[in-house]
Design a protein around this ligand. Structure first.
Ligand code: CA
Length: 385
């Protein structure tokens, strides 16, 4: 029997058996008089064939099947399973299926679960630096964020911050520029925010607090009931595609853009750092690739679906689309500067993250202005869009 034919048998036993047969010089007899061939005393384990399953429990801050955020996180979990042919066995738990949305951080930092999919600005109460790795007021767009994280020192600072909590985090999704929010009245000046109870997390909430609003941070799954009951007066969530799904238009008709608070919200795959450290370089690279792909795919899906959803909201649901005027935006700017001073003073690491962010924003902003921004403005002007 030829070696080539023997290999067709497949499986570790066949390969090891033939190897032993070749060594003993009785390869021609393998098939016919197999019993005469000496059996290997202890078959040498073949590492490439041994399937050692690695458990990866992933919790999330999103309701199950929630469009974009939830389906993207679920797609990421499935992708890691698929890329490893189940060798990394990812078990995905949406919000409340294992722990509450905002308990995801502790679940992973403690090692009870290996990973979370979340917006890291939810953890700003633990350290203000977390806000920068989702989105901050007057922050970075999707393309700018990618540039900062990958080439502007952002990932290193994220690693430093996450390391303080026993985590290792990667970009794993993006919503793009978010809408300013849903209101039951027009917003014509900063005064209109006074006394307004609004769902808006992250540093954006701190900005509105400077203008006299009462920001609250509640998980996505609980916003609608609070808005309908009047427990909150206004809310932001994401953009037309997600917001239509949430039916906010049933309780508030004024839909404002653009949101100053989340210009390109990055979603994170946060992992327990000790667990991450036990993975092979191959497995780390697979997870990095899977997360990077979701970062790209989720953004594409948001862009693809937002235009149709917005048209439907305006044409069929009676939504009044409004743009924040320059006076309102100027007030946002003044308040944001005050908030950033608080962040800078929070800790040396928060200050370091802030300085890196500022340098990136200045450089990237100047380039965006004469590239994406200038081109799209001219294209749309000529085409009358
Ligand atoms: Ca949001």
């Amino acid at each position: 029997m030829k070696r080539r034919e023997a290999l067709k048998l497949g499986g570790a036993a066949a390969v090891v058996g033939v190897g032993a047969a070749l060594l003993s010089g009785c390869e021609e007899k393998v098939k016919i008089v197999e019993k005469e061939c000496p059996k290997p005393e202890a078959p040498v384990a073949a590492p490439a064939i041994v399937k050692k399953t690695i458990d990866m429990v992933m919790v999330a801050t999103w309701p199950r099947d929630f469009p974009g955020l939830g389906t993207g996180a679920q797609r990421l979990a499935q992708r890691i399973n698929d890329m490893t042919e189940g060798r990394i066995k990812v078990q995905y738990f949406a919000a409340k299926e294992r722990v509450g949305a905002f308990d995801s951080f502790d679940e992973v930092a403690s090692g009870n679960a290996q990973a979370y999919h979340a917006a890291d600005y939810y953890w700003k109460g633990k350290h203000l630096g977390w806000a920068y790795f989702t989105a901050v007021p007057f922050g970075l767009t999707y393309t700018e964020m990618n540039a900062w994280i990958r080439f502007g020192g952002g990932q290193q600072l994220w690693d430093k911050l996450a390391g303080e909590f026993g985590l290792k985090n990667l970009m794993a999704g993006n919503t793009g520029v978010q809408m300013g929010g849903w209101f039951n009245k027009e917003i014509n000046s900063a005064d209109d925010f006074k006394g307004l109870k609004m769902r808006i997390p992250g540093l954006g909430g701190d900005v509105l607090a400077k203008l006299g609003a009462s920001p609250v941070s509640i998980p996505g799954g609980q916003i609608y009931e609070n808005l309908v009951s009047g427990a909150i007066d206004a809310t932001e969530w994401v953009g037309p595609w997600n917001d239509r799904f949430m039916k906010f238009y049933e309780a508030a008709k004024y839909y404002y853009f653009p949101g100053m608070h989340e210009p390109g919200s990055t979603l994170a795959l946060g992992m327990n750092a000790s667990w991450w450290g036990t993975l092979s370089k191959t497995d780390q690279t697979i997870i990095e690739a899977a997360a990077s792909m979701e970062n790209d795919v989720m953004m594409a899906e948001y862009n693809a679906k937002s235009g149709e959803a917005l048209a439907d909201l305006v044409q069929n649901q009676g939504v009044k689309l409004r743009e924040f005027n320059d006076d309102v935006y100027d007030s946002f700017g003044v308040a944001a500067a005050e908030v950033f001073e608080t962040v800078r003073a929070h800790s040396p690491l928060a200050g370091e993250i802030h300085e890196s962010f500022l340098a990136a924003r200045k450089d990237l902003g100047a380039w965006s202005k004469i590239s994406d921004q200038a081109y799209v403005a001219q294209r749309n002007r000529v085409l009358g869009v």
